[in-house]
Write a protein that binds this ligand. Structure first.
Ligand code: ASP
Length: 310
């Protein structure tokens, strides 16, 4: 049996340390642990890495605490447009959706694109028609509503600004979610889901749905899920870059992940972090922001949840 492991994140944009209360912190940690445990138990019972990341991401999408599924941020038009992607390391199968609305679990739709269509990436109206063809029912806008997200949007509404989770100037509750896993067969998978950025406009798509930028998996190297200012992760092809550094330069998982987050992204001004696993079950969780909601659990007995750089 291969050592197995799972890592999750709830976004690199955390509440600034001074604004975090013990109650809020306990709430975040409880939900992160729940997602981690759901994914870990799946791996323990012999389920695939793909199954583990899908179920873990769904738990985070169902929580209003994170900027994905329920609790997604508002666009400039006051709507929710969500992006998600999933990838398997074995055959490098992938599925992604972008600019979808009303879908309770965009990660599930991304997986359906991978498993039930001939395509990799569906966006907007077409992605919605695909969902309808599979019998998805749509949630009302009220399902996705969250008072703090609405407040964040009110502060930007009518301006051309858009806000990232990691804005230092205000309380920021954004938090793209993701999971990466290595299963008992040594197969890897990565899944990521987001509402994007507050007040985003013009059909803006971040890194989350872009294979190789915010999400990537390859059994011979690693599985990666990113969070941060998406534009930089797209330009840096960040998730794939971690894999490339391992494949072409022989770096370990930890070295490659650190190089991308602490050197390459910073060089172009990119803030954020990522979670990654390799086929031996090793885990890396680097970030260059004040914090990143994160957790990891391995068959070797590690089980931890953290928010700040402690
Ligand atoms: N990467 C996401 C985006 O740019 C935001 C995030 O990680 O919270 O859409």
């Amino acid at each position: 049996m291969n050592p197995f492991s799972i890592a999750i994140h709830g976004g690199a944009g955390t509440l600034l340390k001074g604004q975090m209360t013990p109650e809020k912190e306990a709430n975040y940690k409880k939900t992160l642990q729940k997602a981690l445990d759901v994914g870990y138990e799946a791996l323990k019972s012999g389920k695939s890495a793909t199954h583990a990341v899908t179920t873990a991401v769904q738990v985070l999408e169902d929580s209003p605490l994170f900027n994905a599924g329920k609790g997604s941020v508002f666009t400039a038009d006051g709507t929710h447009e969500m992006d998600a992607a999933i990838m398997e390391g074995k055959n490098r199968q992938a599925g992604a959706v972008s600019l979808v609305s009303g879908i309770k679990n965009p990660i599930k739709l991304a997986r359906d694109v991978m498993e039930k269509s001939e395509h990799v990436f569906l966006a907007g109206t077409g992605a919605m028609n695909f969902a309808k063809s599979l019998g998805y029912s749509l949630e009302e806008a009220a399902y996705f509503y969250d008072a703090l997200r609405y407040q964040q949007w009110q502060e930007l509404k009518g301006t051309t600004d858009f806000q990232l989770d990691h804005s230092k100037s205000k309380e920021s509750k954004f938090g793209t979610v993701g999971a990466v896993a290595c299963d008992q067969n040594g197969n890897l998978a990565a899944g990521t889901s987001t509402g994007g950025m507050t007040n985003k406009n013009w059909g803006r798509i971040g890194d989350t749905a872009i294979i190789g930028a915010g999400n990537y998996a390859n059994n011979t190297t690693c599985a990666v899920s990113c969070t941060g200012s998406g534009e930089f992760f797209i330009r840096g092809v960040a998730a794939y870059d971690v894999s490339c550094l391992m494949e072409y330069k022989g770096l370990s998982l930890a070295e490659a992940a650190d190089e991308v987050v602490h050197t390459r992204l910073l060089k172009i001004g990119g803030d954020g972090g990522l979670i990654a696993v390799d086929a031996e079950g090793n885990v890396a969780l680097p970030f260059n922001t004040e914090g990143m909601y994160r957790g990891m659990r391995t068959s070797a007995g590690k089980n931890s949840i953290a928010i700040y750089g402690d």
